[in-house]
Design a protein around this ligand. Structure first.
Ligand SMILES: C[S@@+](CC[C@H](N)C(=O)[O-])C[C@H]1O[C@@H](n2cnc3c(N)ncnc32)[C@H](O)[C@@H]1O
Length: 296
């Protein structure tokens, strides 16, 4: 796989500009600038300082409580046998079981060494992992926009950096938090498709963009056609909005904890679950996902 930005990040050359003097530019989220060389130690320290800063914020406590409540509910569903899931974990105390069972996947963090928003989001992720005692190695991170220096930083911190672009198609086998801050709809839609059953969806706790906001901001026809999996669950998923202080509006706006209760899913017609077709997005003009390099 190519490590570079691939499709949607590469801005087109403007007409009339020569090849040599105007190399391709990579568009990053506003306020983000690509660095050439990364000082790993300095970057890790900056992230740890941001963690310390966030830890003292009231809203951060509310995030931890809200995520913890949703995670506990998901774990309880597994304990009660509501979901088919492999739980061959050692039993060394209630907290031990919980930590070992929980996984986390983080997509779309962005270039956190140069982008302040992404750095705050990474700091919040670390606080959430800490609050649930999830081992850093049990948190997988992936963004095609990561530079090789950023991947080194994440590994240095103990996180697992995925090497393949899953396009969000990550199958859950145990309770899993998906941390997907301001990711494109296609990434969420792919994730839902991959786990499209009344057994798998209840294992997922998504910390990310509100599905209700996506529905309200997208033309009805496009939402139903291109993002059919989000469109089918939006009415039956549980969404708890997460607080966001005004000074961090660009960082944590429009986020929620999203969960799927079996009871609610079972209200959907049985046909909902039959033969889910893999999303294609061939006619979606502003697709906010970097796809796998199919020519590899
Ligand atoms: C709108 S940006 C959000 C960046 C950052 N979280 C923020 O809020 O500023 C969407 C992010 O999704 C990432 N992304 C696109 N395709 C992806 C994929 N297949 N897997 C993981 N991340 C992906 C992009 O590289 C980009 O960093």
């Amino acid at each position: 796989m190519s490590d570079s930005g691939e499709e949607w990040q590469v801005a087109r050359r403007r007409k009339g500009h020569g090849r040599r003097s105007h190399p391709l530019q990579v568009s990053l989220p506003p306020g983000c600038h690509q660095e050439q060389q990364l000082d790993i130690g300095k970057t890790v320290k900056r992230i740890r300082d941001t963690v310390t800063e966030l830890r003292c914020e009231d809203f951060c406590q509310k995030w931890k409580e809200s995520v913890a409540a949703s995670v506990s509910a998901a774990l309880m569903r597994v304990d009660q046998g509501d979901c088919e899931v492999s739980t061959n974990q050692p039993e060394d105390g209630k907290d031990g079981i919980i930590s070992e069972q929980l996984q986390c996947v983080c997509y779309g963090l962005g270039p956190f060494s140069s982008c302040v928003s992404a750095r705050y989001q990474l700091a919040m992720l670390l606080l959430l992992l800490d609050a649930r005692q999830i081992l850093l190695k049990d948190c997988s991170v992936y963004d095609p926009a990561f530079s090789s220096g950023e991947k080194d930083v994440l590994r240095e911190m103990g996180l697992t950096v995925l090497t393949e672009n899953e396009e969000g198609k990550h199958l859950v086998t145990k309770p899993t938090i998906f941390y997907m801050m301001h990711c494109g709809k296609a990434l969420y839609n792919n994730l839902l498709w991959k786990n499209w059953s009344t057994q798998c969806l209840p294992l997922m706790v998504i910390v990310g963009n509100s599905f209700c906001s996506m529905r309200d901001r997208t033309i009805d026809r496009v939402f139903k056609q291109d993002y059919s999996y989000i469109s089918q669950v939006v009415a039956v998923c549980e969404e708890k909005p997460l607080p966001c202080p005004s000074r961090l509006i660009d960082v944590f706006s429009d986020t929620a904890v999203i969960t799927f209760l079996s009871g609610n899913l079972n209200k959907l017609p049985q046909s909902t679950w039959a033969d889910p077709l893999e999303p294609q997005y061939q006619n979606s003009p502003d697709l906010e996902i970097i796809l796998r390099d199919k020519d590899r």
